[in-house]
Design a protein. Structure first.
Length: 105
């Protein structure tokens, strides 16, 4: 990104994954790209509206392949074990998630 667009000063870079738990993608904003937008205040931190959205897929391919190898979230059975899998995919790890998962295991 920095090499491809050396005239841009990037102020925002994010790693996102949608609620469907597909593989992650990078998105970014630069001051220069934002200056071209008439709706700058609304899109300043919007990964989806950035002209630098979905970057570096070749670098994330190994991770995306791991995500793709798992069943789609919508195909997971409706039972306790599947509820745990769904929760692990869609929530940030940490003590709150662990405490909630203790209920299911």
């Amino acid at each position: 990104m920095w090499f491809d667009d050396p005239g841009h000063t990037f102020y925002y870079v994010t790693l996102t994954t949608p609620g469907e738990a597909f593989g992650p993608a990078l998105s970014a904003w630069s001051h220069e790209a934002l200056a071209l937008r008439t709706d700058a205040d609304e899109v300043r931190y919007s990964y989806a509206d950035s002209p630098f959205s979905i970057l570096g897929e070749q670098h994330l391919k190994p991770v995306r392949d791991l995500f793709a190898a798992r069943p789609e979230v919508f195909d997971i059975a409706d039972d306790d074990a599947s509820e745990v899998d769904r929760a692990r995919r869609l929530n940030p790890p940490g003590p709150a998630l662990d405490a909630w998962l203790d209920h299911w295991t």
